[in-house]
Design a protein around this ligand. Sequence first.
Ligand code: FAD
Length: 436
Amino acid sequence: MSAPGVTVGLFVFNEHWNAVTLQGHPKIGDIRKRFILESLDDLRVQLKKLGIPLIIRHGSVKTAINELASLGEIQSVHFSAEPATEEQTEAAAVESVLRGKCHRHETYTLIHPQDLPFSIQELPNLFTTFRKAVESDWHIRSSAQLPKPQPWPGMDLDLGEIPPVADLARSPFPGGESASLGRVKHYLWDTNRLRTYKETRNGMLLLDDSSKFSPYLAQGCISARSIYWEIKRYEAERGANDSTYWLIFELLWRDFFRFTLERFGAKLFRRSGLQGLELPWSRSAEHLEAWRTGRTGFPLVDAAMRELLATGYTSNRSRQIIASFFTKNLGLDWRLGAEWFESQLVDYEVGSNYGNWQYAAGVGNDAREFRLFNLKKQAQQYDPDGKFVKYWLPNLRSENLPEIVNFDQSARENRIKYERAALAMAGKSKPFGRHR
Ligand code: FAD
């Protein structure tokens, strides 16, 4: 927000901050809360260096804007555009107060929406089609160079306190822009781990198996474009290889799900998914609780679920395994799993989370297919020495948890349900995927 000579930052804790879902768990879990609070602390420090105060308020953004407007005329308000329903409602409320003064900025994606070779409504359904189209002629904007603000004149205004983090559990990732820059420096320059990213990215245990940029991207501590240009600098100085390309490739998945959210809106949260595929999902409270707390009796699943609970993070490989088990073995409504991830993940992003869950459930905008992750094969390939399981389940033997379903039988039954629903919808036979 700026008025003549005055620029201020504003952060509002709205009603979602302490909201509880219908399932009875917080919408934003403690670990993500802590990460956001740490990020705000750092933001306040960084803005102060530029002479910009960060104002903290609780309630609605509209009320906070009205309070600032009562202190002097607001010339313009700048914020990042968010396509999800709750955020759009909030933005619309602010725009209703400050007509013509609001500026939404497209800072989220690697590719600026205006640089896409198609309109959002023409976004391809398949990631590969999307990727090939954008890669064929691509332009990535550089990070914005901001004008120097006027020094803060020190008005009589209570800036508001950032709530303390002391009681909140922490993730392995400290929040904030400074920490995000540190993580990029560590991963690219200090340890050179980018060089082998493609080979290690499916690792389940080690911090440097993958970039761990996701929490910073999710909370806006760093942009995908800044990371892209840092990778380009790395390629110029140390050379390009498959791994340097692959990290950019993964950032495109993030863009794809974000544009999918923009294109389909509320359909991303619909039970039957983007395909409109109606499946008889279970809502067993007992199975849901066993999965959430890592007590299903399947060590690979339980280890990943306990890691998520303890740290707010689990690797992409783990996420695919636990989402497959949730939808293909337990047959649970995928939205319950997505809601748990939303609460727990330190890197929660609406498009990436709901898009990946739809993909895992087989109701997303990819081919209609029953893709099942075979736990034995996954363990053999990605945790052959059992280090990941031992780390997160040190008392595996003494816990002696019974398996809550028969793996093969549950997969068979859910496969039949899936195939029936898909056939009913398509009206014709379709090839279905195999265990992988
Ligand atoms: P890296 O492997 O280092 O990848 C670099 C970056 O690419 C990531 O930081 C992320 O921004 C992006 N990326 C990589 N894979 C994906 C993907 N499949 N979809 C979208 N972006 C990707 N990612 C989130 O950021 N937020 C979520 O809420 C989220 N929910 C998920 C839910 C499910 C069921 C699954 C299967 C995946 C989900 N992912 C989500 C994607 C992925 O698991 C994480 O982005 C990744 O594990 C983050 O770790 P990293 O930064 O080390 O990833």
